[in-house]
Design a protein around this ligand. Structure first.
Ligand code: FE2
Length: 248
């Protein structure tokens, strides 16, 4: 039995297969259904394929404006470049937190011709006062993302926010985000405190997890209800999930 009162899951969403860019196959988890309670999060895509035809066309030049795009790579390499002369390589385990602000035209193209390409892209809205801010990048190498083991069978990569006093490298003052990659061994659990007032979700991308008393299967996203901490427990084997929250 759990002694804590966890935030509940108030809605469960299953990703929908779609394609974007020049024909990249992906699973759109936020962005198809109406999820107003997830403000500031506009979209979450998971891309995962070892078939080059699913990703090789990439995302040629396209614009973004008024929000932030967050790319988290698990496997494979993606080259990005923009109309301001910036470019960089996203490697496995790395994160790019891009503030599009008043506007940017960029491309995101695979830097591989075969093998597994796997990762996530999240869109985070900006408040009205920040929509016309200058474009900016935070390119974060895998080595800069701390891994914390706050309990038995639990390993957490802290991309943004704070776990057991260890802070992630991302600075995004507009939404004060929490972005955690939580790996749980079979039966292992973690209780993560979140700021009251933050909207948030859990997305299970490996295994099955019990979150706030609800069961989320692989590929399902649970919208968190109000409260403080959220409890996540692996069920029927190891599980891995994203826990993301931010100020609406
Ligand atoms: Fe983009």
């Amino acid at each position: 039995m759990s002694a804590i009162t966890s935030r509940p899951i108030v809605k469960i969403v299953t990703g929908q297969p779609t394609s974007d860019g020049a024909g990249v196959r992906l699973n759109r988890v936020i962005g198809t259904a109406d999820l107003a309670e997830l403000d500031p999060f506009l979209m979450l895509d998971e891309f995962r394929s070892d078939q080059a035809g699913d990703y090789i066309a990439g995302f040629p030049d396209h614009p973004h404006r008024g929000f932030e795009t967050v790319t988290y790579m698990l496997a494979g390499c993606m080259r990005h470049g923009d109309n301001q002369g910036n470019s960089g390589l996203l490697r496995p385990g790395s994160v790019q937190w891009m503030t599009a602000g008043r506007g940017i035209v960029h491309s995101e193209m695979p830097e591989q011709e075969d093998g597994l390409m796997w990762g996530f892209q999240l869109w985070v809205n900006l408040p009205a006062r920040d929509k016309m801010t200058a474009p900016a990048y935070q390119d974060i190498d895998p080595e800069r993302i701390p891994e914390v083991a706050p309990g038995p069978g639990v390993v957490i990569r802290v991309i943004a926010g704070d776990v057991a006093g260890v802070a992630g490298p991302v600075a995004a003052p507009a939404t004060e985000p929490v972005y955690l990659d939580i790996a749980l061994g079979d039966g292992a659990g973690h209780v993560q405190s979140l700021p009251a007032g933050h909207a948030g979700f859990v997305y299970v991308f490996e295994g099955t997890a019990r979150v706030g008393g609800s069961v989320l299967q692989h590929g399902q996203l649970g919208v968190l209800g109000e409260g403080g901490a959220v409890e996540t427990v692996a069920q029927d084997g190891p599980a891995r999930l994203l826990l993301v929250a931010g100020r609406p």
